[in-house]
Design a protein around this ligand. Sequence first.
Ligand code: FES
Ligand SMILES: [Fe+2]
Length: 415
Amino acid sequence: MVTRSDNERLTKVGPGTPMGGLMRRYWIPAAFSDQVAKPDSPPVRVRLMGEDLVLFRDSQGRLGLFDEFCPHRTASMFFGRNEQGGLRCVYHGLKFDVTGQCVDLPCLPPNFAGDAERIRSEIKINAYPCLERGGVVWTYMGPRDMQPAFPDLEWTALPASHRHASRHIQDCNWLQALEGGFDAPHLTFLHVGDAEPSRSVVPSHYEVVATDFGFAVATGRDLGGPNIHWNINVMLMPFHKIISTVPPAAHVWVPIDDGQTMLYSVEFRRDRPLDKKDLATMAEGHGIHTENIPGTDVAVRNKSNDYLIDRDLQASGKSYTGLKGFGIQDCAIQESMGPVANRTREYLLPGDAAIVKLRRLLLRALDDHAAGKPPPGMNPASYRVTSSRWEVAKGTDFAATIIDRLRANSTLPAK
Ligand code: FES
Ligand SMILES: [Fe+2]
């Protein structure tokens, strides 16, 4: 159980909130690179962390991400003209470069010509720095003098042929979606019919190990032989997960605002390109991906249509939920808690150890951040870990070796 005030501290992400401040210390996915594929291509709207922004790529290929609303009379820059090194507001023609500086002020009457340069230099739009990694545009929304280096996140360093990424909107707060990703016991229920059979065996062992990047969650299953079959997933601050599926996968739960989340889902191969067959299945929206309404980030199966639940399929026993696909099953159940789950009403069970640990980690990070200490994971090399699977003889002290094993398994060379 969580107090009302801690629930608010953990979930609210707008400017000036504790979690909003902490999260803004990290690089945050804003869009896919191909949404602004070419120089001077049309700007796109980005709602991120409760802020309305526009993203564009200027004539030189540089990325600009700034407030949607023009500082003159607050018209939307979405309608702007992306031309010759900047985005021009179509209302009165003010033009801004990627740093947010006004670079052209064409609407002054002739008798103000002498002041034009001074007025122009004073007008700025709030802009955030961007970079591209792994086919994603990332931004840093925190204090400029605290901008960290980009983390050594394995999937972002792989060639494009080795990964497939999709995204869709979840109609709920980022934390309950992230918590869903670390809720190990649900695999034995929610995904039955879609999960690998071995994952439907109730885990007999849980290990949650705190680290300098976040934590690792190991679930061990006894399938009857001499070994325990361990699956180790990794949580990287503040909203990443690396999953021990084959091929491996990653999620990033990015707050759009307090009540909506953009879930990025990536599948990748560490050592070779993805197979054509796998790629086709992913592109169709199977597994952790979703089939979206064309031209949108909204899943075809969504809250407004009860995710097209098939009650006959559910009754048949072939699918525990009657919902199609992992991604939609998770989404439906996480959204069913409401926009922001009321954690004051929970009755947690022993299998919820990872959830408890996650909240403690985040609350401690909030306290430390408020006290002026650096957040976890500011060292890029601390992200050099992988998700993994191991069979280990029963009785082995596995917990003590988890982090070393995860680091050794990373395809990124140790620093
Ligand atoms: S509102 Fe943008 S130029 Fe006037
Ligand atoms: Fe799930």
